[in-house]
Design a protein. Structure first.
Length: 337
C-alpha cells in the first residue's frame, strides 16, 4: 500500500488500531482502490498472521454454489457432489476470511453467515453435523449497503455484524499527491517483472497522470503503466505513449497546455484557493530545487544531500517540475556521485 496523503494516513492508522484485535471489519471503496490490500495488511499485522488468509469473491459464484464454496458440502448433497468437500471456513480456521463484494451475497447465504458470526458454527451443505471454527471476517464492498437494506437485498442485522469497524479506502481523485509515488513503484515493478531496462515518465506524462480521472483507480493506473512500459521503446515514456489509444477510463493524451494566464486585475479572483495554493507550492519547489542545484554547481547527488532528500527522489522532483540543465545557468547537471 502506497501513499503519504492525509487520506491514506487515516487508513494506515485504522489498520494499525484494528489489526491486533479480532473485530470484524468492513472495508468500503470504489473498484480498484485496494480493498483487499487493506484486508491483507490487517491480517499480517494481527496475531493470526501465521494462519491462512483466504479471499472469496461473493459475486464470482453462481447462487447455488456460494454456500458450497463457503461452507463445503457432503457427498451427494447435489448433482455433481461426488465427494465431501471442505469449504473456505474450514480451510481458514485460525486465520482470516476476506469476503469481497459481500453486497452481492444471496439473502439465504447472508442468514447462514450471520449464524457463523454469532455462534462460530455452521453445517456443510447436505450435512447436519455442526462444525465450529475460529475465523476472523473482513468484508468489502463498493456498493451502497444502506440502500440495499432499504431494497430488502441486504440483511440489516448482518450489516451491523460486519460493520463493527468501517475503513473507507479513498479513490485516486481524492489523493492525487500519492500518484507520483505510485507511478514510480508500478513502473519499477513492471520493468523488473518483464525483464526490461529501467524506465520513467516524462514530466508532461507525469503531470497528465496526476490530472487523469482514473475511474478504475489504482488498478487502472497500474494497467496503463504496464502497457506503456511494454510498448514504449524509449527509457522515458511520453504522454502520448502513456495514453496511447483509448482506455476503460476514457483517458487520452492531454492536449498542449495553454500559456499561463496573466494575473487578473485587482478585485478579481484568478483561481480557486486550491489552484492558487498549488501554483504557489510548485513555484516554491522549483525555486528550492534550482537553488540547491546552483549552490552545488549542478551536482545532483550533493544537491539532494543538501535538500535532505534521496537522489532518486530529487531527480523525480526535477522531472515533475520540468527542470533541465539550461535552467541552472552556466553549470550543467552532473548525475554522477
Amino acid at each position: 500500500m502506497i501513499g503519504r496523503s492525509r487520506e491514506m494516513m487515516t487508513v494506515f492508522e485504522a489498520i494499525e488500531k484494528v489489526a491486533p484485535t479480532d473485530v470484524t471489519v468492513l472495508v468500503r471503496g470504489e473498484s480498484g482502490t485496494g480493498k483487499e490490500l487493506v484486508a491483507r495488511a490487517i491480517h499480517f499485522r494481527s496475531p493470526r498472521a501465521r494462519r491462512p488468509f483466504i479471499a472469496v469473491n461473493c459475486a464470482a459464484f453462481a447462487r447455488e454454489l456460494v454456500e458450497s464454496e463457503l461452507f463445503g458440502h457432503e457427498r451427494g448433497a447435489f448433482t455433481g457432489a461426488v465427494a465431501r468437500r471442505e469449504g473456505k471456513f474450514e480451510a481458514t480456521d485460525g486465520g482470516t476470511l476476506f469476503l469481497d463484494e459481500i453486497g452481492d451475497m444471496p439473502l439465504e447465504t447472508q442468514a447462514k453467515l450471520l449464524r457463523v458470526l454469532q455462534e462460530r458454527q455452521f453445517e456443510r451443505v447436505g450435512g447436519n453435523q455442526p462444525l465450529t471454527v475460529d475465523v476472523r471476517i473482513i468484508a468489502a464492498t463498493n456498493q451502497d449497503l444502506e440502500a440495499r437494506i432499504v431494497q430488502s437485498r441486504f440483511r440489516e442485522d448482518l450489516y451491523y455484524r460486519v460493520k463493527v469497524v468501517e475503513i473507507r479506502v479513498p479513490p485516486l481523485r481524492e489523493r492525487r499527491e500519492d500518484i507520483p509515488q505510485m507511478v514510480q513503484h508500478f513502473i519499477r515493478d513492471a520493468c523488473h517483472r518483464f525483464g526490461l531496462p529501467e524506465k520513467q515518465l516524462a514530466p508532461a506524462a507525469m503531470r497528465a497522470c496526476v490530472e487523469a480521472p482514473w475511474r478504475g483507480n489504482a488498478r487502472a493506473l497500474k494497467s496503463t503503466l504496464e502497457q506503456a512500459v511494454i510498448l514504449s521503446s524509449a527509457t522515458e515514456i511520453s504522454a502520448d505513449e502513456l495514453f496511447s489509444g483509448s482506455s476503460p477510463d476514457g483517458v487520452h493524451a492531454p492536449a498542449e497546455r495553454a500559456p499561463a494566464a496573466k494575473p487578473h486585475a485587482e478585485g478579481t479572483i484568478a483561481a480557486t484557493f486550491r489552484e492558487a495554493k498549488e501554483k504557489f507550492v510548485e513555484q516554491w519547489e522549483r525555486d528550492f530545487v534550482l537553488g540547491a542545484l546552483r549552490a552545488t554547481g549542478g551536482n545532483i547527488s550533493r544537491a539532494a544531500e543538501r535538500a535532505g532528500m534521496y537522489r532518486q527522489s530529487f531527480q523525480q522532483k526535477m522531472r515533475e517540475l520540468g527542470i533541465s540543465p539550461s535552467d541552472i545557468g552556466d553549470g550543467a547537471v552532473n548525475d554522477e556521485n
